[in-house]
Design a protein around this ligand. Structure first.
Ligand SMILES: [Zn+2]
Length: 268
């Protein structure tokens, strides 16, 4: 059965991972721009990263029949210096017309600081002016609920359409509010932190499948690029039907991502 992994950081993964994902049924992925595990020393470092996301990774994925897409931004962890962040943001428009770019992301907050919020607001204004979809990162652990609310308020102030925004890394204490306010929500499946596949299926059983998807967020830390098929096994083990499994791991990401005419799951 085919699936989409709508949030995975393939720049940190090996080609073997592409092969294993393809063998498990993955046909399309989206890769948000994020923190590489170290702070880049110059805006040029981001220029090279955007080239990697729009040139190198699509070619690497294609060798395994996977359609690769990406989102561009300055991640919140490197947004603490607004002058630096603005220099990087000035590079983004030249990449927005590339064929695999879906929108702005993953923007959001990390420590909920004043400077992060300023740069978040400027990204939202950029998304509004370029009419782009938005993918949002929410903070970890104790900062998550407060940060998620700050982000949703900033989106309201920017006047963006909630139906074109996905708020990622939701957990039990944030998912209800995100869905109630009309946003899409993503559950990030990590082996230990954020949502385990078991917790994600609990959330689906509680909140239903409307405007909700799951992703592996596979990156350079402890993570699992096969987390989505693993969650499918958990759904089956609990007796959920193939219809529900397909809804969550195919229909939902397909509906949201298809708001960009560039999103593809098959060769034309
Ligand atoms: Zn991410």
């Amino acid at each position: 059965m085919k699936y989409i992994d709508p949030h995975i950081h393939m720049v940190s993964r090996t080609t073997d991972d592409y092969q294993r994902m393809a063998m498990a049924g993955c046909v399309a992925i989206t890769e948000p721009a994020f923190w590489a595990g170290f702070d880049r020393s110059s805006p040029q470092g981001f220029h090279d990263y955007y080239r990697q996301l729009t040139e190198t990774e699509p070619a690497r994925a294609r060798a395994y029949g996977i359609h690769h897409h990406c989102w561009l931004c300055v991640n919140p962890k490197e947004a603490e210096d607004p002058g630096f962040a603005r220099e990087v943001m000035s590079l983004i428009p030249e990449f927005m017309d590339r064929p695999n770019v879906l929108g702005i992301g993953e923007i959001g907050l990390n420590k909920n600081s004043r400077n992060e919020l300023i740069i978040l607001e400027e990204h939202l204004a950029l998304a509004a002016s370029l009419d782009q979809l938005v993918l949002v990162h929410t903070p970890h652990l104790e900062d998550k609920l407060k940060g998620t609310r700050l982000i949703m308020d900033a989106i309201d102030n920017a006047g963006l359409d909630h139906d074109r925004i996905l708020i990622d890394h939701v957990e039990e204490h944030t998912v209800g509010e995100v869905l109630d306010r009309g946003f899409w929500a993503g559950m990030t499946l990590y082996p230990e932190t954020k949502c385990t596949p078991q917790r994600a299926v609990d959330i689906l059983e509680t909140y239903g499948t409307d405007r909700l998807w799951m992703n592996s967020a596979g990156d350079w830390g402890p993570s699992d690029p096969l987390a989505v098929p693993r969650a499918r096994l958990e759904m089956r083990r609990r007796g959920h039907g193939e219809d529900m499994i397909k809804t969550v791991t195919w229909d939902r990401p397909l509906t949201f991502l298809s708001r960009s005419p560039r999103f593809r799951v098959a060769d034309d």
